[in-house]
Each structure stands twice: as structure tokens, then as C-alpha cells.
Design a protein around this ligand. Structure first.
Ligand SMILES: Nc1ncnc2c1ncn2[C@@H]1O[C@H](COP(=O)(O)OP(=O)(O)OP(=O)(O)O)[C@@H](O)[C@H]1O
Ligand SMILES: [Mg+2]
Length: 402
């Protein structure tokens, strides 16, 4: 049962929402309030799973309410309802820590989907967040670094960056680099790298217990710069065969044999992604300068925070940073309370040619500004100790040593 508190100054809106939700078996409206102040008091008293609040209200508005709840009652996440065109509110709600935004008028389906989504996320988080102290100790900076790319919004350039970063890492550091495509349904790492390879993570599942190192090696394709690639299943329905356990095994195996494992992910908070977050030394959160992308980047960063991910492990990357937008680096940093680690410019020509030819731009146009930006990211993800350990690294021969 999802226990919900509704906060709105208009009585008929409260009633309508209550009626709308009365048909849902998994939602119970445990209380209502007519302004932010009353809403806060009720939230403290009832400790609801979710607070659904309007923005414009007397005494205390929805943004202030969100701020207070985020700070003082984080177990009651907030969904904000606002009228279209209140873009400034949306921005402020983001800063205040709201988890979801519903633009009025919204449908019953949108409402219930938002409630369930926020609730699910909250449950996943609470399942994972009571961390033992050792989980917070810094992870080893040596070989087997997992670099995971995430975004809260699709199409922001994760796969483009994952492929180019993997190849640039291999070229710049001479390290052994693996690239894992965990966009299990619609992975397109293979297409971006023009890989003609039929094996995929599905073969790991098929092999089951009998998986041997040599087989594992065969499952990996070989891309530019000798990057070894674990492809996503060739067809979306095959994705269902893969469990979080498989992901853990694959990642652990890759870590043993590679200096870096770059992981491209799908845009949603799945069990797989939580698995990857657990194992990653570096988490790259990618956003563009659009409002939905920034909003979802904010939510993504919040999840990482609640999972006790070391803030220093998180790198915020802005893609298409020179595009026309109301946002710039400063406003993003302010909104997301996270420094921008790197920016990739928009470059239709270089990127277009690279994607069409299935050849990373870092090798196709190494002098392009966007390629330089990727190399900057390489220098950010390489642990400082790498220089010292480099001799070592060359001598070490793993399963897939070249
Ligand atoms: N900096 C850029 N300059 C020009 N085009 C870009 C840039 N970044 C991304 N694109 C375009 O956007 C497309 C989508 O990028 P990409 O597939 O990497 O996004 P994604 O985040 O992996 O998407 P999905 O969520 O669907 O996996 C690219 O194929 C490319 O055409
Ligand atoms: Mg992608």
C-alpha cells in the first residue's frame, strides 16, 4: 500500500484527486492539507510514503514545503503538481528536491505512474541504502576500474561517449579496456563500433555454470583500439533472460582481466544499474541542456547520493554544451549542486560521420574539439596511481592479456 498525503489549497482539487485514486488498490490517501504549513505538520504526523503537492498555496507554498520535507523528512518524497508554463517553478522545485513533476492538467494514468515510480525508487533505495561502514571506504584505485555511464533521460549521448571513451582510454593509456553494453534491450554499442560479431551477453547466460575463461574470451568482440566488447543481446526479448546475478558475474570477470571496464547502460533505474553502481569506481552522469534531461540528472544524482556513492566518484558531463538553452554551466551546477566535470560540444558533422561509419570520432577526427573533450574525460577517470603502477600492469597477464 502506498500511503499518500495530498496538499492543495483548493478543496475540490483535493477531492478530485482523492476520488481519482480511490480506484487504485495499491494507493491509500491517508491525509489532506490546505497549505504547505499544514502539509508539513500532517506529513510529520502521518509519515506518508509520498507527498503530492500543489505549488501555489497560501502560508507556505509547495516549493518551501518540498525544501522542508527534503531536509527534515526525507522518507516522504515529494511529487509536485504545477500548471504548464510555470517553468520557473519547475526549476525551483528541482532545487528543492522534488522527485517528480506533474504538469496540470494531467491524466489519471500519469498520476498513478508517477506515484508508483517514486514509490518503487524509494523502496529500491531503502533496500540498498543502510550501508555498512566498509561499503563507504574508498574502493581500490588499481586495475579493474569500472566506469559506468548513466543518464536519467534517453538519447543524451551515453553510448556515443561510452564507445569513444573506451577507445580513447585504450589509445591514451595503452591499458586493457573492455566495454560492456548493458542497454540490454536496445544496445547499440555494436552498431556504433561497426562490430561484426555474433556473440553477446546471452551466450554467458547459455553457458551458465559451465562458463570458462576461454569461452568468455570468445564471447567478447574486438573493436577499435583493441577494446574488447561484450555486446547486448541481438533482440530485445532476449534481455529478459539476463538477471542481476549475470551482470555481477560478467562484471567481476571483466574486472579480473581488464584495467578498465566501461559500462554503457539503459536509461532507467533497473536492478542491473544498481548492480553496476555498486561495483563502479567512476560514475559518469550525462546530461544535455534540456529541462527534462537536467531534471532527470538531478533525480539520478539524488539516487546516487542515497546509495552512499562517494561524491568524488561521480562526474557530471554536459553533452551538447554549446547548444541553445536557458541553462549554462553555472546554472546547472547550481541546480544540480554538482560541479560539471567536462563538457562535450555539439558537432553534427564529426559525430554524424562517426556514427554513420561506425568509427569512433576520437580516432576518425582526433583533433576535433569533441575528441579533445573525450581525452579530457580520460584524464579524469584515470586514477593518479596509474603512472606508478604502469610497469606492473604491462607485466601482468590476465585471461585476456594482449
Ligand atoms: N555532441 C554531439 N554532437 C552531435 N550529435 C550528438 C552529440 N551527442 C549525441 N549526438 C547524437 O545523438 C544521438 C544519440 O546519442 P546516443 O545514442 O549516444 O545517446 P544515448 O544516451 O546512448 O541514447 P539511449 O538512451 O537511447 O541509449 C547520436 O547518435 C548522435 O547522433
Ligand atoms: Mg545508448
Amino acid at each position: 500500500m502506498i500511503r499518500l498525503l495530498i496538499v492543495d489549497d483548493i478543496a475540490s482539487t483535493r477531492e478530485n484527486l482523492q476520488k481519482l485514486l480511490s480506484f487504485e488498490e495499491d494507493v491509500e490517501v491517508v491525509g489532506t492539507a490546505g497549505d504547505g504549513k499544514e502539509g508539513f505538520d500532517e506529513a510529520q504526523r502521518l509519515n506518508p510514503d509520498i507527498v503530492l503537492t500543489d505549488v501555489n498555496m497560501p502560508v507556505m507554498d509547495g516549493i518551501q514545503l518540498t525544501e522542508r520535507l527534503t531536509a527534515e523528512l526525507p522518507s516522504s518524497p515529494v511529487i509536485i503538481m504545477s500548471v504548464q508554463g510555470e517553468r520557473d517553478y519547475l526549476r525551483r522545485a528541482m532545487q528543492a528536491g522534488a522527485r517528480e513533476y506533474l504538469i496540470k492538467p494531467f491524466s489519471h494514468d500519469e498520476l498513478i505512474a508517477a506515484i508508483r515510480k517514486v514509490h518503487q525508487l524509494e523502496q529500491k533505495k531503502s533496500a540498498l541504502s543502510p550501508k555498512t561502514p566498509e561499503a563507504e571506504t574508498p574502493r581500490p584505485a588499481a586495475a579493474g576500474n569500472v566506469i559506468a555511464l548513466f543518464s536519467g533521460k534517453g538519447g543524451v549521448g551515453k553510448t556515443l561517449l561510452a564507445t569513444n571513451l573506451a577507445v580513447a582510454l585504450a589509445n591514451e593509456t595503452n591499458a586493457r579496456v573492455a566495454l560492456l553494453d548493458l542497454d540490454l534491450q536496445f544496445g547499440d554499442v555494436g552498431v556504433m563500433l561497426a562490430l561484426n560479431h555474433s556473440r553477446s551477453v546471452t551466450d554467458v547466460v547459455e553457458a551458465g555454470e559451465g562458463l570458462e575463461a576461454e569461452m568468455f574470451n570468445d564471447i567478447l568482440g574486438t573493436g577499435p583500439g583493441n577494446v574488447r566488447v561484450m555486446l547486448a543481446p541481438i533482440s530485445p526479448e532476449l534481455a529478459d533472460l539476463i538477471t542481476a546475478d549475470h551482470v555481477r558475474v560478467v562484471l567481476a570477470e571483466l574486472r579480473k582481466s581488464f584495467d578498465y571496464v566501461v559500462v554503457d547502460t539503459a536509461t532507467h533505474l533497473s536492478e542491473f544499474n544498481l548492480e553496476v553502481i555498486e561495483m563502479a569506481q567512476r560514475i559518469l552522469v550525462i546530461t544535455t541542456l534540456t529541462i527534462p534531461a537536467i531534471k532527470n540528472a538531478k533525480l539520478g544524482l539524488k539516487v546516487l547520493e542515497s546509495l552512499n556513492v562517494d561524491p568524488n566518484a561521480v562526474l557530471l558531463i554536459v553533452n551538447q554544451s554549446d547548444g541553445h538553452s536557458d541553462f549554462n554551466r553555472e546554472s546547472i551546477e547550481q541546480n544540480l549542486r554538482q560541479p560539471v566535470a567536462a563538457q562535450l560540444p555539439y558537432d553534427a558533422k564529426v559525430v554524424g560521420e562517426s556514427v554513420t561509419r561506425g568509427s569512433p570520432f576520437v580516432t576518425l577526427h582526433p583533433d576535433a574539439q569533441i575528441s579533445r573533450a573525450v581525452r579530457d574525460i580520460v584524464s579524469l577517470v584515470i586514477p593518479e596511481q596509474v603512472g606508478a603502477g604502469a610497469g606492473d600492469k604491462k607485466k601482468r597477464r590476465g585471461l585476456f592479456g594482449r
